[in-house]
Structures are given as structure tokens and as C-alpha cells.
Design a protein around this ligand. Structure first.
Ligand SMILES: Cc1ncc(C[n+]2csc(CCOP(=O)(O)OP(=O)(O)O)c2C)c(N)n1
Ligand SMILES: [Mg+2]
Length: 331
């Protein structure tokens, strides 16, 4: 396949996707084999091309907000694997000070606004962030991610209505991985093409292949440009797949091994690697250097998490509620 993007772009995509995947595989091992991580844990494995394509289609100042399947997008936005691993371990050095866990990664410095456990709630919060950007007259765009299950929540409709009315600088991204826990998309509605939900609000919409970083980049770029040029929101349905269960404790009785294998055959990391080799952007030795670098970062993140202190008891009520007496200022 001829390359449609630069060598640097493919190598960036490859390393980022590998970092996300190896981070999660390591964390899963620490959870299952050693019991060092507990609580909820939803892996992004299989969906990494979404993070990769969205990164090259946006600027660092653009804001991301997502649901509980949040490790990949946080790492993509530059939240360090050290602070992500520490958060999974519940340590004070975690990106949510060890108080959020897997579902609540957060980093205002990296413009990563969570990490939300209530299905669909972040759709409205994402529009709220976009309202603040519009109010400030900034050029920033908000990428609001949610699942196919979340698309069935009433929140989506109220948010789409106001986002279109006010032409907010937001891109709504449905990561359609075909399942909401064990419920397939066909069992949640007669409308299985989620991008069509935009029609009722005359919102532009698109559907794209989530196993291809190239396709994600192209589709998201169009939507981001529209939002940045004050053209308002877009709904992008990204057809993707999670290789792992819904969460770490899912026996996966609702789908066949053949179906999972079929998607593993379209693996986004392998697709990018294939293009890299075909265009001689890197040799096997170069790729090994990248893999070693990624593995070293992930191993270092485990050491960092294990050596970090637990949060102090005095932290327990901090950052939980906003002080109602604190003046609300939009800076
Ligand atoms: C309001 C609410 N209802 C139900 C749940 C339980 N729940 C957690 S995840 C989930 C499925 C959501 O699926 P989807 O939006 O497709 O996201 P995915 O897990 O596939 O990324 C449900 C029903 C919840 N967390 N919040
Ligand atoms: Mg889903």
C-alpha cells in the first residue's frame, strides 16, 4: 500500500499505539496475576487507532473527554505512563492522586478531562467544555468520546440539540465497538447506524473505519476543521472493536471466538507496521528499538507505581466537591 502520510506520522502512530497496548497488557498482568491493581478496569486493546488518528488530527490545546475506557486517550494526550500506572495502583503520584482509579484518569495540564463512569454523562460535559471555549473565544475544539451504548442515553439528544443551536466547537465521537457490556448494538435499537442520529438535529455526520489510523485521522480532521472554523459540531461514528472483554471480569459468552479473531486480523498496529515496512520507512531493527523503548517505559511505570506512596488519609475529602463559597471564575 502506498503511504498517504509521512514516515514520521506512521512511526508516531506505531509507537503511540504500542505504548497504549503494552501499558494495558502489563497492567492487566499486574491485576490478574499479582493482584496489585483492583477495582474496575476496561481495556482499550483493539481501539488504539482512534487515539492515534485523533492525535494527529488535533492540536495539544484541544480538549478530550471520554468514558471509563480511558487509558488509551489519556496516554495519547501525553499523560505519562508513570502517572497512569500509579493511578491504577491507587498511589498518590497517580494522575488523579490515586483517588480515581482506572475509570477516572484526569489531567487538566494535558487537556484530558476524564475518565467518567456514568454512561453518557460526559456527552453533556463535553458540550459544556465547548461552551466555555466558545465563551472565551478560543480556537480550541473539544473531542467528546462515548460508546455505542452511551449513544442510547437521553443525554445525547439534549446535548446535540443545544450544541447545534449554539454551534459549539465540539466533535462527538461514538466509538462503536458493537457492544455495551454484553449487549450487541442490534439489541439496543432498530437504528444501528449511529451516525444517522445526527440527522434529527441537522448535524453533519460521518462513519469511519476505526481499525485504520489513516481513516480516523482523515475523518476527525474534517470535523475538527469545521469546529475550529466556527462551523459547529459533527458526529463521527467510528467502527471499532475491543479484543478484551467489557471489563477485566467479563466471561464474554455473548460473542464467538471467530468474531474476535476476524477483528484481530485487521489489527490497527499491524496495519501501520505493514505500511512502514512496505514503504521502507524503518527496518526490523528500527522497530525493535521502538519496541524496546516502549517496554522500558512500561516497566519503569510499574517500578514507579510500586515505589510511590499511598495517598495520605488527609486527602480523602480533597478534590471531591467544589467549595460552594469559592468564586466561580472563567479564566
Ligand atoms: C448511567 C449508567 N447506566 C449503566 C451503567 C453500567 N454500564 C457500565 S458500562 C456500560 C456499557 C456501555 O457501553 P458503551 O457505551 O458501548 O461503551 P464501551 O464499554 O463499549 O466502551 C453500562 C451499561 C453505568 N455505568 N451508567
Ligand atoms: Mg460499546
Amino acid at each position: 500500500m502506498t503511504a498517504k502520510f509521512s514516515k514520521e506520522t506512521y512511526l508516531y502512530w506505531y509507537e503511540l499505539m504500542q505504548l497504549i497496548r503494552q501499558f494495558e497488557l502489563m497492567a492487566e498482568e499486574k491485576y490478574k496475576m499479582e493482584g496489585k491493581i483492583r477495582g474496575f478496569f476496561h481495556a482499550y486493546v483493539g481501539q488504539e487507532a482512534i487515539a492515534a488518528g485523533c492525535m494527529t488530527a488535533t492540536r495539544p490545546e484541544d480538549l478530550f473527554i471520554t468514558a471509563y475506557r480511558d487509558h488509551g486517550l489519556a496516554i495519547a494526550k501525553g499523560v505519562t505512563v508513570n502517572s497512569c500506572m500509579a493511578e491504577l495502583y491507587g498511589k498518590a503520584t497517580g494522575c488523579a492522586k490515586g483517588k480515581g482509579g482506572s475509570m477516572h484518569f484526569f489531567s487538566k495540564e494535558n487537556n484530558f478531562y476524564g475518565g467518567h463512569g456514568i454512561v453518557g454523562a460526559q456527552i453533556g460535559t463535553g458540550a459544556g467544555l465547548a461552551f466555555a471555549e466558545q465563551y472565551r473565544n478560543s480556537e480550541n475544539v473539544v473531542l467528546t468520546f462515548f460508546g455505542d451504548g452511551a449513544a442510547r442515553q437521553g443525554m445525547l439528544h439534549e446535548t446535540f440539540n443545544l450544541a447545534m443551536l449554539w454551534k459549539l466547537p465540539v466533535v462527538f465521537i461514538c466509538e462503536n465497538n458493537n457492544y455495551a457490556m454484553g449487549t450487541s448494538i442490534q439489541r439496543t435499537s432498530n437504528v444501528v447506524d449511529i451516525y444517522k442520529l445526527a440527522d434529527a438535529y441537522e448535524m453533519p455526520a460521518d462513519t469511519i473505519d476505526g481499525m485504520s489510523a489513516e481513516a480516523v485521522h482523515n475523518g476527525i480532521s474534517r470535523a475538527v476543521n469545521r469546529a475550529r472554523e466556527k462551523g459547529g459540531p459533527t458526529l463521527i461514528e467510528i467502527k471499532t472493536y475491543r479484543y478484551k472483554g467489557h471489563s477485566i471480569s467479563d466471561p464474554q459468552k455473548y460473542r464467538s471466538k471467530e468474531e474476535v479473531d476476524d477483528y484481530r486480523g485487521k489489527d490497527p498496529i499491524q496495519q501501520v507496521l505493514h505500511t512502514i515496512y512496505e514503504n521502507q520507512f524503518a527496518t526490523e531493527a528500527d522497530i525493535e528499538i521502538i519496541n524496546n523503548r516502549v517496554n522500558a517505559m512500561v516497566s519503569a511505570s510499574v517500578r514507579f507505581a510500586e515505589e510511590s506512596p499511598w495517598p495520605d488519609d488527609s486527602e480523602v475529602l480533597k478534590d471531591v466537591y467544589v467549595d460552594p463559597h469559592y468564586p466561580f471564575i472563567i479564566d
